[in-house]
Design a protein around this ligand. Sequence first.
Ligand SMILES: *[C@@H]1O[C@H](CO)[C@@H](O)[C@H](O)[C@H]1NC(C)=O
Ligand SMILES: *[C@@H]1O[C@H](CO)[C@@H](O)[C@H](O)[C@H]1NC(C)=O
Length: 167
Amino acid sequence: MKFVTSLALLATAAVVSASPVQKIFNLVTSGASDDSNNGLYLSTEHEDPLNSKAVFREKTDAADFYFTNGTVRYDAPNGAPYAIALIPGENQQGDVEISVSPTTGSRGFRLTSEKQLKTSNKDFGGWLVCDGDDDLQGLFYENSSAGNDVPEGCDAVQLDVIYKTSS
Ligand SMILES: *[C@@H]1O[C@H](CO)[C@@H](O)[C@H](O)[C@H]1NC(C)=O
Ligand SMILES: *[C@@H]1O[C@H](CO)[C@@H](O)[C@H](O)[C@H]1NC(C)=O
């Protein structure tokens, strides 16, 4: 009896993992020199109808991301599809936006073997947590073509992918 039950469970698990359902994950900071900048969950802040800022919030308000073809995407509660975009600029401290159209998201994102989010953008010098205009801290990236110092008000971090369990 017990044997039959576990076989049935295995069959169900195989069906689930073979389905095209995306693996959902949160993006969480680690490796900051200021420990209060560790364990922050990436989320969004409305900016205009097409764009949101990438900001950090409580775990309960974290955005649920998934990978498609080198873009990092997020479906808003109203179903609108967003994607993470590195906004190109001359600044060392570049903005990261979460844009409403997946086609405007940046390509070339990948996971390292340590499950950290990186991008193959040649200017990418690492992720930064920086003080925002309001009390929320924002996600930025270092443009290594513009310099290598961590800008004032920023802390260099890793972004760890933490998969959400479905149960
Ligand atoms: C995936 O990315 C490649 C290269 O940018 C592109 O040519 C292709 O159309 C994309 N496929 C999908 C399903 O978006
Ligand atoms: C990085 O900065 C250089 C100029 O210093 C600029 O040409 C380039 O577009 C920037 N890259 C990104 C991804 O912002």
